[in-house]
Design a protein around this ligand. Structure first.
Ligand code: NDP
Length: 299
C-alpha cells in the first residue's frame, strides 16, 4: 500500500472534542444545545444509528431528545411532533431517521422541519443556500468529506474533483461544497459515459454510489485523494457461515497502491457523519442565540 490511510475515526474524535469544548463554553453561559431525533418504526439498522447518535450527543455534553414512534404513526401526528420541536427553544437540531414507513413521505417531513434546525441539511432552503454560496446548514456526510479533504490537502482550489453519485444527501451537496472551494467539479452518475477515464482525471475522487468495490485501481490517477462514502454489506464466508462484512464503493486494496490518500470502510467517512451532526447542532444553537459560530466546525 502506498497511499496514506485517512483515519476518519481519529479525525471524528477531534471534531467531537472541538464540539465538546464549544458546548462547555455555551453551558457556562447558561445555554445547552439540544438535538431531537425522531425514529418511526423498528428498523434494526435505524435503531442502532439512533442509539449511537443519542450516546454521542450526550458524550459531548448536549441534551438528547429521542422520540420513538410506532410504525403506524399517522402522518398528522408526526407533523405535529415536528411542529412542537420547531417551537421548542431547548431544541436546536431536529432530524428524522430515514427510511420511514411507506405511508409517510420523506420530502414532506424534511419540508416540515424548520430550516434553522435542519441539522441534516436536507431542507430545500438549505440546499438552495448551499447552491447559491450562502450560509445555511450543510448535509453531514458531505461536510465530513470536506473536513477530511481540507485536513489532508489544505487548499483545494484548482483541483479536479469527480464526484460519482448525485443524490440530494451526498453527491450533489458535496459537489457544491467542492465548487465553493474552487475545485473544477464533475458529477458522474449511472448514465455517465466512459466513467473510468473521467475518474482518472480526478485529483479528488469521491465515490458515493452504493456498489461494492466499483472503483478499481485503473480508475484512479496516481497520487489522487480518494474518498469512499459507500457502505455495502457483502458475504464474508471467511468469518463463518452467513457472516457479512462492510466494504466501500472503492476496491481498497488495489486503489491504495495507486492513490495518494484514501479513506477506508469502515473507519473513514462513516464516523465523520455523526461528528458533523453534532457540529451542525452546535452551529444551529449559536445562530439561534446570536453568538459567534464555532471555528472549524462549519463548511
Ligand atoms: P443513492 O442511491 O441515493 O445514490 C446513488 C448514486 O449513485 C445515484 O446518483 C446513482 O446514479 C449513482 N450510481 C448508481 N449506479 C452507478 C454506476 N454504475 N455508475 C455510476 N453511478 C452510479 O445513494 P446515497 O447517495 O444515499 O448513498 C451512496 C452510498 O453512500 C451508499 O452506499 C450509502 O450507504 C452510503 N452512505 C454513507 C454515509 C456515511 O455516513 N458514510 C451516509 C450516506 C450514504 P443515478 O442518479 O443516475 O441513479
Amino acid at each position: 500500500m502506498s497511499a496514506d490511510r485517512i483515519d476518519g475515526k481519529a479525525f471524528a474524535a477531534t471534531v467531537r472534542g472541538k464540539v465538546a469544548e464549544h458546548v462547555a463554553r455555551l453551558k457556562a453561559g447558561g445555554i445547552t444545545p439540544g438535538l431531537a431525533v425522531i425514529l418511526v418504526g423498528e428498523d434494526p439498522a435505524s435503531e442502532v444509528y439512533v442509539r449511537n447518535k443519542g450516546r454521542q450527543t450526550l458524550e459531548v455534553g448536549m441534551n438528547s431528545y429521542e422520540h420513538k414512534l410506532p410504525a403506524d404513526t399517522p402522518r398528522a401526528e408526526l407533523l405535529a411532533l415536528i411542529d412542537k420541536l420547531n417551537n421548542d427553544p431547548a431544541v436546536h437540531g431536529i432530524l428524522c431517521q430515514f427510511p420511514v414507513p411507506e405511508h409517510l413521505n420523506e420530502a414532506e417531513i424534511i419540508a416540515a422541519i424548520a430550516p434553522e434546525k435542519d441539522v441534516d441539511g436536507l431542507h430545500v432552503l438549505n440546499a438552495g443556500l448551499l447552491a447559491t454560496g450562502q450560509k445555511g446548514l450543510v448535509s453531514c456526510t458531505p461536510l465530513g468529506c470536506l473536513m477530511l479533504l481540507r485536513d489532508r490537502l489544505g487548499r483545494l482550489s484548482g483541483l479536479n474533483a469527480v464526484v460519482v453519485g448525485r443524490s440530494n444527501l451526498v453527491g450533489k451537496p458535496l459537489a457544491q461544497l467542492l465548487l465553493r472551494e474552487n475545485c473544477t467539479v464533475t458529477i458522474a452518475h449511472s448514465r455517465t459515459k466512459e466513467i473510468e477515464a473521467l475518474c482518472r482525471q480526478a485529483d479528488i475522487l469521491v465515490a458515493a454510489v452504493g456498489r461494492a468495490k466499483m472503483v478499481r485501481a485503473d480508475w484512479v490517477k496516481p497520487g489522487a485523494a480518494v474518498i469512499d462514502v459507500g457502505i455495502n454489506r457483502i458475504p464474508a464466508p471467511e468469518r463463518g457461515e452467513g457472516k457479512m462484512r462492510l466494504v466501500g464503493d472503492v476496491d481498497f486494496a488495489s486503489v491504495a497502491e495507486v492513490a495518494g490518500a484514501i479513506t477506508p470502510v469502515p473507519g473513514g467517512v462513516g464516523p465523520m457523519t455523526i461528528a458533523c451532526l453534532l457540529a451542525n447542532t452546535v452551529t444551529a444553537c449559536c445562530r439561534a442565540n446570536g453568538l459567534d459560530e464555532p471555528e472549524g466546525l462549519t463548511a
